[in-house]
Design a protein around this ligand. Structure first.
Ligand code: GRF
Length: 193
């Protein structure tokens, strides 16, 4: 268990840019948790459908304009500090956090990526996996470092690719496993902080 002086819950900020289905599963999973509080949602996109989950689960939200990245990161760092955030979970956040941001935040940052890292880092994962005729794919939760999708792997779920899988079926099937893997990994990770 995490022992935090003066309070007993670990505050988590979830960063999103789009649909937010991982945010939904995380918020739902920890809604009544004794040790974990999903206390902030950050988005670079004011139109992200996922922001609706912040409303649904009564989580504070902050939309940050990313036109000037260094300014955006300054605002985010201040918001994280004001909300006493202990852990960031990236969930479909389409901006790369700078080395300076990661250094200044000082606390851990997790990300979920829809491939079996270290294979298929970066964007358009499922398309590249199918094109490469891989037999397996999956999803990975890893520590965020300045090098894209390259930090320490914390957990992974491997699935078999079906002969008739296409982009949509593969994305859908893997997302379902992401929704189970991410909360489970967060729980374990926080317990070991
Ligand atoms: C997920 O596939 C996640 O692995 C990747 O971006 C997608 C986000 O989906 N990083 P959602 O917004 O959580 O539905």
């Amino acid at each position: 268990m995490v022992k935090l002086i003066g309070r007993n819950k670990t505050n988590i900020a979830v960063f999103i840019s789009g649909v937010g289905s991982n945010l939904k599963s995380i918020a739902n999973h920890f809604d009544k948790d004794k040790n974990i509080n999903i206390s902030l949602v950050i988005s670079n996109n004011s139109k992200a459908p996922g922001l609706l989950y912040a409303k649904k689960y009564k989580i504070k939200k902050k939309v940050v304009n990313y036109r000037i990245k260094s300014n955006a990161e300054k605002i985010i760092l201040k918001t994280l500090k004001n909300n006493k955030i202990d852990l960031i979970c990236l969930a479909g956040f389409m901006k790369i956090l700078s080395k300076n941001f990661i250094k200044k935040f000082k606390k851990p940052i997790l990300n979920i990526h829809p491939s079996l890292l270290p294979k298929f880092k970066g964007l358009n994962t499922h398309k590249r996996v199918l094109k490469a005729k891989e037999k397996f794919s999956g999803c990975t939760v890893h520590i965020v470092t300045p090098s894209l999708d390259s930090g320490k792997i914390i957990s992974q779920k491997k699935i078999k690719i079906n002969k008739n899988d296409n982009f949509f079926t593969l994305q859908k099937r893997i997302l379902k496993f992401e929704h189970a893997l991410y909360p489970k990994t967060i729980k374990k990770f926080v317990a070991n902080l």
